[in-house]
Design a protein around this ligand. Structure first.
Ligand SMILES: [Zn+2]
Ligand SMILES: [Zn+2]
Length: 154
């Protein structure tokens, strides 16, 4: 669902505003996430390509960007993190999401509302709300992604 590129000026400014040095890895991770909803780390790594030498670099870079508040981390499934940009220049993924049980693709459901919770409930601190609709995506239903799935599970 990518349709935009983040220009160098924007990524430089976003990083600088958070007191982070602008490095090729950070710029390309930000850019790889621009114009799309939550994506998995492996997909970000695939999009980044040669700008990050390995997946560990992508993961370290993502953690740094999450700590700085530029990236939001979503946990939709056990043990799988999804990441989305947390900046005014991009669609902020505070809405509901659809996650395919077969291929793991995430789609934004930006018209589905999410309950607006207070910062705490009783003695519990609220750190986030995720509304996730589980199901099978159109691609998987039509069998188009079957080869891809077999590769992924192998
Ligand atoms: Zn979203
Ligand atoms: Zn699917």
């Amino acid at each position: 669902m990518r349709n935009k590129e983040m220009n160098r000026e924007t990524s430089d400014r976003l990083l600088r505003d958070k007191g982070l040095r602008s490095t090729p890895a950070r710029r390309s991770v930000l850019s790889a996430m621009y114009g799309s909803g939550p994506v998995r780390e492996e997909e970000i790594a695939a999009r980044v390509g040669s700008e990050c030498p390995d997946q560990a670099t992508v993961y370290r870079t993502l953690s740094k960007l999450v700590d700085a508040g530029l990236v939001r981390r979503h946990r939709f499934h056990n043990r799988v993190w999804y990441f989305s940009l947390n900046i005014p220049e991009a669609t902020e993924c505070t809405h509901a999401h659809f996650v395919c049980e077969e291929c793991g693709q995430c789609e934004c459901l930006d018209t589905t509302s999410v309950p607006d919770l207070p910062p705490s409930i009783g003695n519990k601190l609220v750190t986030g709300v995720e509304v996730v609709v589980n199901g099978i995506c159109g691609h998987c239903r039509s069998g188009k992604a079957r080869n891809h799935d077999q590769r992924r599970k192998a």
